[in-house]
Design a protein around this ligand. Structure first.
Ligand SMILES: C[S@@+](CC[C@H](N)C(=O)[O-])C[C@H]1O[C@@H](n2cnc3c(N)ncnc32)[C@H](O)[C@@H]1O
Length: 222
């Protein structure tokens, strides 16, 4: 039987949070260190598992412990995965323990600043193949937009883009607002109980390339 939303919520609690006070459920030393609100994240994972088609190639930008990368894939099938993280989060060392338990083949892992040109170059062989991107790295207005553009360089038309903290972080909310006016994105769902998880479909009308005016003005078009 498919797991219910309540089953998923219970599994989130059992997996353990990153910080008991901040996330409202106990941290576990050998757990997943999830940086999520249990209700909001249960709604999201249940939605992905029950309403979205399985993914072939996922990209996660910003993984911290990697607990979220693992947890989602226990319920929502993603055949292969690409990872980009700067590796500076205090919980990042857990990734070495959690990685072997991820139900997806990790075919690319780059521990670097996602904005570095080398990351874009290294991801280039995956152009047009990514059908799921979870973007939760740099939370600044410009940094998040750069990550969206990076994900576009590898995404195929129709790919799902997930943004985290679109309620809790003002800069992320501002980017999500801009996405509503982008020809490249169609909003699918918003989970807004606490941090904000928003789900978008990438329409690939404009793509990642920046126009001359944007480049001259130092603007990033998403
Ligand atoms: C909020 S945490 C990710 C939480 C994780 N997705 C989860 O749900 O548990 C943000 C992560 O992004 C990483 N990060 C921040 N800026 C980055 C950048 N410019 N390039 C790559 N990773 C970055 C941080 O080191 C951290 O691991």
């Amino acid at each position: 039987m498919a797991p219910t939303r309540e089953d998923i919520r219970q599994a989130i609690i059992e997996a353990g949070s990153d910080n008991t006070e901040m996330f409202g459920f106990p941290e576990k030393a050998d757990g997943l260190h999830l940086q999520q609100d249990p209700d909001e994240y249960a709604d999201f994972v249940h939605f992905m598992a029950s309403e979205m088609p399985p993914a072939k190639l996922g990209l996660d930008i910003g993984i911290a412990s990697g607990g979220q990368t693992k947890f989602l894939r226990d319920y929502y099938p993603i055949e292969k995965t690409l990872i980009v993280d700067i590796g500076e989060h205090p919980k990042f060392p857990h990734w070495q323990r959690i990685k072997p338990t991820v139900r997806s083949e990790i075919v690319f892992e780059m521990i670097a600043d996602s904005h570095a040109p080398e990351v874009r170059e290294a991801l280039a062989p995956f152009a047009g193949q990514v059908d799921f991107a979870f973007i939760d790295g740099d939370h600044s207005y410009k940094g998040l937009k750069q990550d969206i553009v990076l994900a576009k360089t590898v995404a195929r038309e129709g790919a799902l883009f997930i943004l985290h903290d679109t309620t809790a972080v003002e800069d992320c909310a501002r980017v999500a607002e801009e996405m509503k006016h982008s020809a490249d994105f169609e909003p699918i769902r918003d989970f807004n109980r606490r941090f904000g998880i928003s789900v978008w479909r990438y329409l690939a009308k404009k793509g990642p390339e920046q126009g001359l005016l944007s480049r001259l003005l130092g603007r990033i078009d998403i």
